[in-house]
Design a protein around this ligand. Sequence first.
Ligand SMILES: [Ca+2]
Length: 111
Amino acid sequence: MSNINNQTKDLNSIELVQDLDHEASATISGGGLDLSTLYNGKGDRVDDLTKGYSSLGYFNNKVSWYELTGKKDWYAYTEKNYKGIRYRLKAGSKGNLTGYANNNWESVRPV
Ligand SMILES: [Ca+2]
């Protein structure tokens, strides 16, 4: 399924940001997953995800960089609902995405 229109993308983005506010206190102690649309943490960015997202909303097929600041490994998937190709991200790691993974992730969750 593809994004329907720009309005849908914007709503998804807002929802993701609001969820982050609710999780802010948990984030400080536990760390989490950061994502950005350009290499090295630049571009549009979301920080300290602490739970799974079956869709990344605005960030679908746009992520080019990640950082994991917590103590958990995470999975990232190239399709929504934890489907497609799965990548295991190691706790404490970060990096630029290359090849098939780059601009392809659509869902993430802790291992
Ligand atoms: Ca994808």
